[in-house]
Design a protein around this ligand. Structure first.
Ligand code: NAD
Length: 266
């Protein structure tokens, strides 16, 4: 049994991760961490996950829960995530990070922590999106220059970061496949007099209602268009990926891993 602590246990993902961990015969839910000052501090984790009480209670700091764990699963917010990985590294525990919106400096700190423990960072835990990461470079390279590339993502109204970590990752793998730097070719939304220039990769974010996560990648020239769409119907797809990642990462050597390492997308 792999013992997991879920950080962000009162969040949308955290609650579903609790339910998922409780149903997984290979996992033991060893603890849950909620934000300090939140009403869920002290709540039974079973209840937070919409299940029967289990007699394990939410705490308000990872330090208090990590001793019982083999691996930390983290879905919170960027700065909190980095601090949690640094704490996991001090305790020599593996970590799975689902939080998106990490900037370059925060990724650098995570990379530093990953020198002493295995850490998996995945802005999208679904198999389908990771298949896209494999096939989009092939499409981009095969089409070559002359096709306009645009990525349109849509998420629920509560999502904080924009564009999504997934849209950025997809833009990055396409840019790399074309031998370009996303910092040079990425254009994030358009407003006013903003004509498209050659070679741009446009990235656009829609925020509405309860959309779980849609990503659409368009390759178009004057004569034709290829459109690749991924639509997550439920957060359950991310939960299953994260739990699988937790079981994988506990057996790895220190280092930074991606979900591609787990999903064995050929
Ligand atoms: P949410 O706002 O519902 O939940 C985040 C939770 O983290 C909140 O309950 C908040 O109180 C808690 N939190 C913040 N700081 C904390 C701290 N220091 N200690 C403990 N808890 C803390 O958001 P969500 O929809 O569950 O998403 C969380 C993150 O996961 C976001 O970055 C989101 O983009 C990302 N996400 C990733 C994937 C993926 O596949 N990787 C899928 C869905 C969401």
């Amino acid at each position: 049994m792999v013992k997991v602590v879920i950080v962000g246990a009162a969040g949308r993902m955290g609650r579903m991760l609790i339910a998922g961990a409780l149903q997984d015969k290979d996992l033991e839910l060893a603890g849950g961490v909620v934000e300090p000052g939140f009403p869920e501090v002290g709540a039974d984790l079973g209840n937070l996950g919409g299940q029967q009480p289990i007699g394990v209670f939410a705490v308000d700091n990872l330090d208090a829960a990590i001793g019982n764990a083999d691996v930390v699963i983290e879905f919170t917010a960027p700065e909190a995530s980095v601090q949690h990985v640094e704490l996991a590294a001090r305790h020599k525990k593996a970590a799975v990070i689902g939080t998106t919106g990490l900037d370059a400096a925060q990724m650098e700190r995570i990379r530093a922590a990953a020198r002493s423990v295995p850490v998996l960072v995945a802005p999208n835990m679904s198999v389908g999106v990771n298949v896209l990461e494999r096939i989009l470079p092939l499409i981009a390279r095969t089409l070559g220059e002359g096709y306009d590339i645009e990525i349109v993502e849509a998420h629920h109204r509560m999502k904080k970061d924009a564009p999504s970590g997934t849209a950025l990752k997809l833009a990055q793998v396409i840019a790399e496949a074309l031998g370009k730097d996303l910092d040079d070719v990425g254009v994030y939304g358009r407003h006013g007099i903003a004509p498209r220039t050659e070679g741009e990769i446009g990235v656009h974010a829609v925020r509405a209602g309860g959309i779980v996560g849609d990503h659409r990648v368009i390759f178009a020239n004057d004569g034709e268009e290829i459109e690749i769409v991924h639509r997550a119907f439920s957060r359950q797809t991310f939960v299953l990926g994260a739990l699988r990642a937790a079981k994988y990462i506990v057996n790895q050597k220190p280092g930074l891993y991606s979900i591609q390492d787990v999903l064995e997308v050929a």
